[in-house]
Every structure is written in structure tokens, then in C-alpha cells.
Write a protein that binds this ligand. Structure first.
Ligand code: SF4
Ligand code: SF4
Length: 203
């Protein structure tokens, strides 16, 4: 008889406990959410402008970036996160120019110190606050930052062409003058050496 009484006593306690638990759950169910709202509020979320989520090249309205592939950001990065690959191109005024080929950035090793941004002489880099960067494989964290198709270089103006030609002429003239001066100095030295030898013979 005692065991039946214990059974119903335990059952009653269980039901009371269940009701209390459901009461707490029910209250939380209708309480407005304060934390852990993501991702429901993704559209209205305000991420601070200064939040550093991922490195980007700055592009102007025409899709041009300002990187000149100098490599300063790559050298200043303490983690080897940046790899700059370059290529040589011919410019319309007949010169050779080094240009950015690939700007490779590994988000997986970036510590967001911003040394690359602050050391860039061209102000070509910025941090975006786009924080949704989760991927399934590490290799997808390696990004090419110059992802837009390369724009054609603007054709040089007649003034620029004339200036380039004048610079070329000046360089050639300077090289010729230096060679002539060197030749004259060598001839003078040879002459002086010959005179000294004949004086020594006369003695
Ligand atoms: S981003 Fe700036 S520092 Fe880096 S290679 Fe380009 S110009 Fe140089
Ligand atoms: S923020 Fe720092 S760690 Fe990240 S790429 Fe720039 S220099 Fe390297």
C-alpha cells in the first residue's frame, strides 16, 4: 500500500515540477528577445564602420584601384598574409611598367592589425566591416583582392609623349657626354703616364 502512495506522491511532484518548468519556458517564449538575435535581424544590423572584418582594395567609380604593386604592405605584414604578384607591361609611350597581377590575401592568418593599410603610400587599402566571412574550407579564406577586370590604361596625351621623348633624348645625350668625358680622362691619363716615362728615361 505504501508503494502506491509513494508512486502517486512522486507523480504529483513530477507534474508540479513539469508545470513550473513549462511556466518558465512559456514566459521566455513571449518575452522580447534581447540577445542572440542574429541572423533574424541581419537586414537591420548596424556594424560599426570601424569594425575590421576583411581587407579590400579601394575601387573608384570606374572600377580602378590605386595599388602600384610596390610591395610595402606585403613587407610590413607580420604574418605573411599578403602576397603581391606583379607583371611587366608595355605602356603606350614605349616604356616598361611593373603592374599588379594578383593581390592575394589570406583572411585565415590576418590579425587585423591594419599595418598594411596604414603603411600603403597610395591609400589603396581599407578594411570592410562585412563580417559574414564564414566558409567551410580554409582555402576559401584566401582571396584575390584585385577581382575586377583590369581597366585599360588611358592613352598618353601629346604632351606626355613629347615629355617622354625629351626625357629619352636627354638620357642619350647625358650618356654620350659621360662616355666622352671618360674617354678624354683616359686619354689624358695615358698622355701623362707617357710623359713621365720619357722623363725617367732622359734621367
Ligand atoms: S596596396 Fe599599397 S602598399 Fe600594397 S602593394 Fe599596393 S600600393 Fe603598395
Ligand atoms: S591587417 Fe595586419 S595581419 Fe592582416 S594583412 Fe594587414 S598587416 Fe597583415
Amino acid at each position: 500500500m505504501g508503494s502506491v502512495k509513494d508512486y502517486f506522491s512522486s507523480l504529483g511532484k513530477g507534474i508540479v515540477s513539469l508545470v513550473k518548468g513549462m511556466e518558465v519556458t512559456g514566459k521566455e517564449f513571449v518575452t522580447p528577445k534581447i540577445t542572440e538575435r542574429y541572423p533574424e535581424d541581419r537586414e537591420e544590423m548596424k556594424i560599426p564602420e570601424r569594425f575590421r572584418a576583411v581587407l579590400e582594395l579601394k575601387y573608384d567609380d570606374e572600377g580602378r584601384h590605386k595599388c602600384i604593386a610596390c610591395g610595402i604592405c606585403e613587407r610590413n605584414c607580420p604574418n605573411g598574409t599578403i602576397t603581391i604578384q606583379t607583371k611587366m607591361v608595355d605602356t603606350p609611350d614605349g616604356k616598361k611598367k611593373r603592374k599588379l597581377d594578383n593581390y592575394i590575401y589570406d583572411l585565415g592568418s590576418c590579425t587585423f592589425c591594419q599595418l598594411c593599410v596604414t603603411s600603403c603610400p597610395q591609400d589603396a587599402l581599407k578594411f570592410s566591416n562585412d563580417f559574414e566571412q564564414a566558409v567551410f574550407t580554409r582555402s576559401k579564406l584566401v582571396k584575390k583582392l584585385n577581382y575586377l577586370p583590369e581597366k585599360e590604361e588611358p592613352a598618353p596625351t601629346p604632351e606626355q609623349l613629347a615629355k617622354a621623348a625629351a626625357e629619352r633624348e636627354a638620357k642619350i645625350a647625358a650618356a654620350k657626354a659621360a662616355a666622352a668625358a671618360k674617354k678624354a680622362a683616359a686619354a689624358a691619363a695615358a698622355k701623362e703616364s707617357g710623359e713621365t716615362q720619357s722623363e725617367n728615361k732622359e734621367k
